[in-house]
Design a protein around this ligand. Structure first.
Ligand code: MN
Length: 381
């Protein structure tokens, strides 16, 4: 049976690569590109529409909507949050959430309610509302398949069966500041933080990789995806980014998933799951290529990791606060207004000043998100 695929964020890094995957997959006819959505990058979006011929598209604002209306006479064009919700939840079998930030949250919730499987590339969705999303997914009997390389690795290594799993081991490259001193890190500007050694990704996630906040968010993501207590999630620094993560079983056996860094593989796995297919020709890892090294994270140099663990363990609204404050602070850092330490201080401040709400509703989450962003924007570290 053909799978109808909808992509939110098709002009972003993951979205673009997902289209490359669908273009190069061996059994192309297994998939229909049902709908695409982007924010407002029409220079990239219009050629995508011409090439992939989705049945429906959605853009964020009315201006872009009008421009598309002029360009495509016979295409269903939507816009705004309503547009996203509409294409995410109707006439689709799998939704790839490849936007950054919170815009994917509502469309994801509505998609799950309409029994659409989720290929999840937007980790904020689980960080902000992990309990709500996973409960809803269980209730509607839909699958949430991670696209994040580490979580894809864990899913592949465990075969998605956690009965005998004792630990999840998430690997981290350590980012561009791995071997820098704390002073050097705090002197670094956005350009230096954006030089990721192994992965080419969007700006926000690359900065998060430099602070290890990305790994912290991934710990929270893993907790929800695999229903694992935080005590059973370990982070290991692995600068070569060949082992993408591993699971340790109760009998002491460890299974890791490996490969040269490429997002094509986890994206494709999420789309073909539980099957596999031949896809884009990859430069496969050879065991004779390089030496693999591993070490413990330096929690003093990278305090974001513990902030995330603590927010996750505390639960309730704290992961949402962590995420919102971090997003605002990263934006300030990219604009040259604060340094890396400023990002950490902003997140700490937001967490210290947020009253917790146990079992928050989606509304609570949206309100706290807005409130935290406001406070974090005003805060001067
Ligand atoms: Mn990742």
């Amino acid at each position: 049976m053909q799978k109808r695929v909808t992509i939110l964020g098709s002009t972003g890094s993951i979205g673009t690569q997902a289209l490359e995957v669908l273009e190069n997959i061996e059994n192309k006819e297994d998939f229909i590109i049902e709908a695409l959505a982007c924010n407002s990058n029409l220079d990239k979006f219009i050629p995508q529409i011409k090439k992939f011929r989705p049945k429906r598209v959605s853009v964020s604002d009315f201006e872009s909507y009008k421009k598309l209306k002029n360009e495509f006479k016979n295409l269903e064009i939507l816009f705004g949050e309503e547009g996203l919700v509409e294409i995410a939840s109707k006439d689709t079998d799998i939704l790839l959430t490849a936007t950054t930030g919170k815009v994917a949250l509502k469309p994801t919730v509505e998609a799950i309610k309409n029994k659409v499987d989720i290929a999840l590339a937007n980790k904020e969705t689980l960080v902000m509302a992990g309990d709500i999303i996973t409960n809803l997914a269980n209730k509607n009997n839909i699958k949430i398949i991670p696209v994040d390389s580490e979580h894809s690795a864990i899913m592949q290594a465990s075969n998605n069966d956690f009965e005998y799993v004792n630990y999840i081991i998430i690997t981290a490259s350590g980012g561009p500041f791995l071997n820098k001193t704390k002073e050097e890190i705090n002197r670094a500007n956005a350009n230096e933080a954006l030089k990721h050694p192994n992965w080419h990704m969007g700006k926000k996630i690359t900065i998060d990789s430099s602070t290890l906040m990305n790994k912290g968010l991934e710990v929270i993501e893993a907790h929800h995806l695999f229903n694992m207590p935080y005590e059973k999630i370990k982070v290991v620094i692995h600068p070569e980014s060949i082992v993408h993560s591993a699971v340790e079983f109760i009998d002491g056996s460890i299974i890791a998933q490996m490969g040269n860094p490429s997002m094509h593989i986890p994206i494709q796995y999420a789309l073909t799951y539980p099957k596999r297919q031949k896809g884009i020709k990859t430069n496969n890892f050879s065991f004779f290529d390089k030496t693999l090294t591993f070490k413990t994270p330096d929690y003093d140099k990278f305090p974001a990791l513990n902030l995330a663990y603590n927010a996750g363990k505390e639960g309730g609204i704290y992961p949402c606060v962590l995420n919102a404050a971090n997003e605002v602070a990263v934006k300030k850092f990219l604009e040259g207004k604060i340094n890396i330490e400023g990002i950490i201080k902003t997140v700490e401040y937001a967490l210290d000043n947020a009253p917790n709400i146990k079992n928050p509703s989606l509304n609570d989450i949206f309100n706290v998100d807005i409130e935290t962003r406001k406070k974090s924007l005003e805060f001067k570290p």
